[in-house]
Unconditional design. Structure first.
Length: 282
């Protein structure tokens, strides 16, 4: 059979299958969309409840405690600058989307990584799947999500979750496998149960790697949030997409600056938290 015919047949089968799922899966996807959007709206409500300067002060205090006083002042000023540009609501919407998607990615990714760290066959099974997810163009994940969930934050959350989960899985699995054999042997000689071995020896050594996975998941989520603006996700991604469509250079630059600020703030804070957990583990 001609390869082109096979490709056309596969494409037609994929389209038909997706259409059938979309037409007959309302009982599943409607509640899923409601749950995702409800969680996102709840996080957004919490972030928008206090005035902008309260969030800026909280960010400054975190920067001071996790890094140093100078960094804390920069974090606070950077967040205030987002409000000065008139993009505070969009910035909090983006932060809510990134936070919600990353939490979902960690809830699924960390347990899967722990299992993969203990079971080599499961790690080998996941490896090509994670490679595929991380090498596919991010736009690909928006298409089936739009077909099943429609436009809006739910689609953006699913697509962002897909790209944010692999780093958490990989680095958690790596952290579990990095436990020094001498400490494992010490635990066995001390008569520790498997649960005690996990909580008292393996997890303390794995936490720095897990925190690095949290940092990488956040960075991947930020990269996807901008792309997800085309599906009506709200926030800075949608602002940039709208500005590009209308050739509004000033708005696009301001929104890009706000995204850079938010990304750098969360990156520095999570990196510092990871270093602290590494020192604590040692």
């Amino acid at each position: 059979m001609d390869i082109a015919v096979i490709a056309d047949t596969f494409d037609a089968w994929t389209d038909d299958a997706l259409s059938w799922i979309s037409d007959n899966g309302d009982w599943l996807f409607d509640p899923l969309r409601a749950a995702l959007e409800g969680t996102y709206n709840g996080v957004l409500w919490l972030l928008q409840l206090p005035p902008f300067y309260v969030i800026a002060i909280i960010g400054a205090l975190l920067g001071w405690r996790l890094i140093n006083l100078w960094s804390g002042l920069l974090v606070g000023l950077a967040l205030v600058f987002c409000a000065v540009m008139g993009l505070w609501s969009e910035t909090m919407s983006t932060l809510a989307l990134v936070t919600t998607a990353t939490i979902f990615a960690l809830i699924i990714g960390i347990p899967m990584g722990i299992v993969a760290g203990f079971l080599q066959w499961f790690d080998r099974f996941l490896e090509p799947i994670l490679d595929l997810i991380q090498t596919m163009p991010p736009y690909i994940y928006l298409l089936p999500a739009i077909a099943l969930l429609g436009f809006g934050p739910a689609t953006a959350l699913v697509a962002t979750f897909v790209v944010a989960a692999p780093p958490a899985i990989r680095l958690t699995s790596l952290g579990i496998r990095m436990t020094p054999p001498a400490f494992v042997e010490l635990g066995q000689a001390s008569g520790l149960t498997p649960w005690q071995m996990f909580t008292k020896i393996r997890m303390p050594f794995a936490i720095p790697s897990i925190m690095a996975g949290v940092n990488q998941s956040l960075m991947m989520a930020f990269g996807m949030v901008v792309i997800a603006g085309i599906v009506g996700s709200g926030g800075l991604g949608e602002t940039i997409y709208g500005a590009v469509r209308t050739l509004d250079m000033a708005t696009s630059i301001n929104a890009a600056i706000a995204i850079v600020i938010l990304t750098m703030v969360l990156d520095r804070l999570t990196q510092s938290a990871a270093r602290r957990t590494k020192v604590g583990a040692r």
